[in-house]
Design a protein around this ligand. Structure first.
Ligand SMILES: C[S@@+](CC[C@H](N)C(=O)[O-])C[C@H]1O[C@@H](n2cnc3c(N)ncnc32)[C@H](O)[C@@H]1O
Length: 405
């Protein structure tokens, strides 16, 4: 049943200002019928305990960023609540210790409110203020909602927990690498006129592309991201998500094509290639070298090429025990492939390390090659090391062929 909006919002205001009872409130959407759109895609309120005492925390989200403010109880909290209630959001979901209120504004501009009771034990409110701070992309970030990792209430879906963990781990690595490269001058400081050019080769559904764009933008780094994939469906999905987030082609664009030959111009400065299959990772690394990209992050996927070569070639003494059983041979192939990729990148003037991407308890594909271009000339010792490896095992890494080394 509908009721006058003002009456329902006044009731809601009392609930929002009850610091003992309120667990969390989320405002989203906009009212129909020509009412001005709120400047935020969504807003969230909860009480947090800071050193200075309890505060009403508001987090507002635009297409790519979130903004947090803490308001002292009393006038400041009342003003913050009133400002949000005035903004013309179309829905409110307000959780208290024992109830959930859902308010929706209907076509006639009236409120439809439903209230459901909940088990008290479920709802101990989390008042810690730094919960979201540990996250590079908070659970309720619009990008995660648009990608379907989080639900409309801004909570990571249980089936998408692993993806969220992967996004966070990846952002942590990206953040550290970009920060170090900027500080050491290996990466230029981008400007609004000339944003950082990032390419995601084999972007798939572009989870990591959008996450990278959102995180770098939130850090104040203007960024233009290009996703490349052979699959038309991936690109359609990426474009739909970009539209939903209000991002234009100057922010995020998608190119259908192979990693080895897709047209990406001007040359990207940060090259991402995450779980591109088999030798597609070699194609990505070769492209990065061709572009002289200052920063490269590549998480290899399967390593069939070297595994097949190991099966065909006689195993050198005394290493039979390493290749007799399939599982060990596969793991050896993974290790050899990535070690040779790292060596080849070093010969191309990159400082390279191979690090864990996500914990091995979550996925076996948990290696990441992190390379920063220093331009150092190749060293004889590196060349010799690579030669000995390929001659001993009688293998020819695909990246070596592509780079003609
Ligand atoms: C396992 S998915 C990974 C997607 C995404 N990078 C991620 O980590 O969530 C691999 C993607 O790479 C794409 N891909 C594989 N080989 C490719 C190639 N040679 N050129 C372009 N895309 C390729 C596939 O179509 C697929 O979407």
């Amino acid at each position: 049943m509908s009721e006058p909006l003002l009456r329902a919002l006044t009731r809601l205001r009392g609930v929002l200002l009850d610091e003992e009872q309120l667990v969390r409130a989320v405002a989203s959407g906009h009212r129909r019928g020509g009412a001005p759109k709120p400047p935020w895609r969504r807003a969230e309120l909860r009480y947090v305990d800071l050193k200075a005492g309890r505060r009403l925390q508001s987090v507002t989200f635009d297409a790519t960023q979130s903004f947090t403010a803490n308001h002292a109880p009393g006038d400041a909290a009342r003003d913050a609540v009133d400002d949000l209630l005035d903004l013309g959001f179309g829905q409110w979901e307000v959780e208290t210790l024992d109830e959930v209120h859902r308010l929706r504004v209907n076509k006639s501009g009236e409120a439809v409110v439903t209230t459901t009771r909940r088990e008290a034990a479920e709802t101990a409110p989390d008042r810690s203020h730094d919960r979201a701070k540990d996250r590079l992309l908070p659970e309720d970030h619009p990008v995660l909602v648009a990608l379907g990792i989080s639900d409309a209430q801004g909570r990571v879906r249980s089936a998408r927990q692993a993806k969220y963990r992967q996004v966070e781990e990846f952002l942590r690595l990206l953040d550290g690498t970009v920060t170090a490269a900027l500080e050491s001058g290996k990466l230029r400081r981008p400007t609004v006129e000339d944003p950082l050019r990032v390419v995601d080769l084999g972007c798939g559904n572009a989870y990591l592309s959008f996450a990278a764009h959102a995180h770098l933008s939130a850090r104040g780094l203007p960024v233009r991201l290009t996703g490349v994939d052979t699959k038309a469906q991936s690109l359609r999905h990426g474009r739909e998500v970009a539209t939903e987030l209000g991002l234009g082609a100057d922010d995020v664009d998608f190119v259908q094509g192979g990693i080895d030959d897709a047209e990406v111009a001007p040359a990207p400065e940060v090259v991402l290639a995450l779980h591109a299959c088999d030798t597609a990772t070699d194609d990505a690394l070769a492209r990065a070298v061709g572009w002289q990209a200052p920063v490269v992050l590549a998480a290899p996927c399967c390593h069939h090429d070297v595994a097949a070569q190991l099966r065909r070639a006689p195993t050198p003494a005394p290493y039979d025990a390493l290749t007799r059983d399939g599982i060990l041979r596969e793991r050896l192939a993974d290790t050899l492939t990535d070690a040779m990729r790292a060596s080849l990148l070093r010969l191309e003037g990159y400082r390279v390390d191979v690090v864990e991407f996500v914990g091995s308890q979550h996925t076996p594909r948990n290696t990441l090659l992190r390379a920063v271009r220093t331009g150092r000339p190749p060293r004889e010792a590196d060349r010799d090391e690579l030669d000995m490896l390929t001659e001993t095992w009688r293998i020819r890494p695909r990246l070596g062929e592509l780079l003609e080394r």
